[in-house]
Design a binder for this molecule. Structure first.
Ligand code: UDP
Length: 242
């Protein structure tokens, strides 16, 4: 077994990542493929926690734009992340993995409550942990939930899977001459006006010196290669990392 560069990581998947080519909801083929990659990375020896978003079902801000109370909309968005987390748990279990969903909102009949020490214990015992319901509070996002949980469980790396293969100086879909960064510091992200995560998530990660890597999960095998130390995507470094 090749030695991995990371002992424990947190992987953030947006709800849209689970949608595949569908317009809404979950594409079973996509979630199966992602689960297989997570299992492969875990079997290589890394402890893996996941945070899943809910944007493929509901987002509070979108519901509020349609006239709904924002807090109610955010509650619906958080419940959407629980739906995705259950689907991810199922996909991992179908592949023989041991997985536990832990929710920031109490829904005891369908999953565990988030308890930090228990989450760490699950990871130590070789279980995959899926953190659902973000931070449990309205007006936050699952990016904030991912940064928060990564820090709480002492993850060595926060991995953010997106549809773009890293951080560019401008939107690569609109500008063919956009340039991708290999590494950045948190200060460089701010100084260059780059958008990587929302402000709350970004501030948490920066203040805790949490290394963040942004990559494209649709490229098969990249998760494992990143854990083996390959510089795929863009790394945002904390002050004390080089
Ligand atoms: N949400 C929230 N608090 C949190 C995390 C999520 O209120 O701590 C709600 C919010 O409405 C958000 C929705 O859940 O829009 C889905 O999460 P997110 O938009 O982060 O999902 P993603 O874009 O990653 O699919």
């Amino acid at each position: 077994m090749s030695k991995l560069a990371y002992r424990r990581i947190l992987l953030k998947l947006s709800g849209e990542a689970l949608m595949g080519d569908e317009d809404y909801g979950i594409d079973p083929k996509i979630i199966h493929r992602i689960a297989a990659e997570v299992m492969e990375a875990q079997q290589a020896g890394c402890e893996i926690a996941l945070v899943v978003g809910g944007g493929n079902i509901f987002r509070g801000a979108g519901l509020a734009a349609g006239g709904m109370d924002r807090v109610t909309g955010d509650h619906m968005g958080m419940l959407a992340t629980v739906i995705n987390a259950l689907a991810m748990q199922d996909a991992l279990e179908k592949l023989g993995g041991k997985a536990r969903v832990m929710s920031a909102i109490k829904i005891n009949d369908v999953c565990e409550d988030y308890i930090r020490r228990r989450a760490i214990r699950h990871l130590e015992k070789g279980r995959l942990v899926i953190f659902a319901a973000g931070t449990g509070n309205p007006f936050f996002t699952t990016d904030s939930g991912a940064a928060l949980r990564a820090i709480e469980i002492g993850a060595d790396l926060l991995l953010k899977a997106t549809k773009v293969d890293g951080i560019y100086n401008k939107d690569p879909k609109k500008h063919p001459d956009a340039v991708r960064y290999d590494t950045l510091t948190y200060d460089e992200v701010i100084n260059n006006g780059l958008e990587v995560m929302d402000t709350a998530a970004f501030a948490l990660a920066r203040d805790s010196d949490l290394p963040l890597r942004v990559f494209d999960m649709s490229q098969p095998g990249e998760l494992l290669r990143i854990l083996q130390g390959e510089p795929i995507g863009t790394l945002v470094r904390g002050r004390n990392h080089h």
